[in-house]
Design a protein around this ligand. Structure first.
Ligand SMILES: *Cc1c(COP(=O)(O)O)cnc(C)c1O
Length: 371
């Protein structure tokens, strides 16, 4: 059994991918070719915002967004310790301080009231992460940001396709950033990412930042990077986008099936209990794209070992929160984010992809409950 089965999807779109890749080979515009512009237009439509800027990875999306907002030395950006490292990494890379605020123990996303308490004179932006495929509480976060005149960057690397009160992830704040890493909900066949915004000025700045700060050839008014999305990856993503809405639905079916099967075997919702085997909670008004289907268990490592013995792969996202990582400990108080610490010690994720069969889900749920 595979943790993420990309083969089933490949078989479904193989013919379309081949046609699109051959078209790129025929026109030969490998850098910023027509597929990139076409994809940007389709993605902007899908999210429901004016601008999409394709970039080379989710990490570059975060970097380009921060650069467009002029984040630099002496600045603070508020974010979560319970995320993939890139979130805080790009803040620190620009010489700014990632200020870590604890998570809500039910959703695993940054807690809006904690953000308000952490805002100080050096705060320049707020960067929530929509972890595991469910958006952070963006209305509450935007309300805090508005009170203090701060921009909000949603790290939506895991939530592309998710809905929040009827709107789509990536279109909920000043800038939305996502990743097309192969295992993400919308994945390429290599690295890729995108930034989204309604703001014309920020869109122009991000477009420059991802291409050496260039406004026209050999004219560089701003600093930038080589952070362009490859034409070949855009071609693959155009083929994947055609089946993406269906895949988002299938992901919800698989996630809800897991929850039903596990609760029928004694698991409780993370909303209703704090120990034992806990299933994820998708809050009313939210949908999840289940980038990960993540449970909690009291003795996580033992459960994971028992599943491994039955050929059921699992993963832990993330075993060490950023407040306990060597490169980030200098920025934060190690013991100030207890919910993140507790989650890091208890979470594990089950195999998750749109093509996971009902039989496999049954076998996995049975094994988890027995373990
Ligand atoms: C995957 C991920 C990133 C980085 O995306 P890449 O495309 O791998 O650079 C950033 N933030 C979060 C939350 C992620 O899950």
């Amino acid at each position: 059994m595979q943790f993420i089965d990309l083969q089933a999807q490949q078989a479904r779109i193989a013919a379309d991918v081949e046609v699109r890749i051959k078209a790129v080979l025929a026109h030969g515009r490998y850098i910023l070719g027509p597929e990139v512009a076409e994809l940007e237009e389709r993605l902007a439509d899908y999210v429901g915002v004016r601008h999409c800027i394709g970039v080379a990875s989710g990490t570059d999306a975060l970097l380009v967004a921060l650069m467009a907002l002029d984040i630099g030395p002496g600045d603070e950006v508020i974010t979560t310790p319970f995320t993939f490292v890139a979130t805080a990494e790009m803040i620190a890379l620009l010489g700014a301080v990632p200020k870590l605020v604890d998570i809500d123990p039910v959703t695993y996303n940054i807690e809006p009231q904690g953000i308000e308490a952490a805002i100080g004179p050096k705060t320049r932006a707020i960067m929530p992460v929509s972890l595991y495929g469910q958006c952070a509480d963006m209305d509450a976060i935007n309300a805090v940001a508005d009170r203090h005149g701060l921009p909000v960057i949603e790290d939506a690397a895991q939530s592309f396709g998710a809905r929040y009160k009827g709107r789509r992830s990536c279109g909920l704040s000043t800038i939305g950033c996502t990743s097309f890493f192969p295992s993400k909900p919308l994945g390429a066949y290599g690295d890729g990412g995108a930034c989204f915004t309604e703001d014309d000025r920020l869109a122009a700045r991000m477009r420059q930042a991802m291409n050496h700060g260039q406004d026209q050839r050999y004219s560089h008014p701003r600093l930038g990077i080589n952070g362009r999305l490859d034409t070949l990856q855009a071609a693959v993503l155009l083929a994947k986008l055609a089946i993406f809405p269906d895949e988002v639905e299938r992901r919800a079916v698989v996630g809800n099936r897991y929850t039903e099967l596990l609760q029928a075997r004694g698991a409780r919702s993370v909303k209703d209990a704090s120990d034992g085997l806990l299933t994820p909670h998708v809050a009313p008004g939210y949908t999840s794209v289940f980038a990960q289907y993540t449970l909690q268990a009291d003795d996580r490592d033992a459960v994971v070992a028992k599943l491994k013995a039955q050929d059921i792969p699992t993963a832990v996202h993330y075993p060490i929160p950023l407040n306990r990582q060597g490169a980030y400990a200098q920025y934060c108080c190690p013991d100030c984010t207890p919910h993140a610490d507790r989650a890091a010690a208890r979470v594990f994720s089950l195999p998750m992809h749109p093509y996971l069969s009902a039989e496999d889900a049954e076998r996995i749920a049975e094994a988890v409950a027995a373990a």
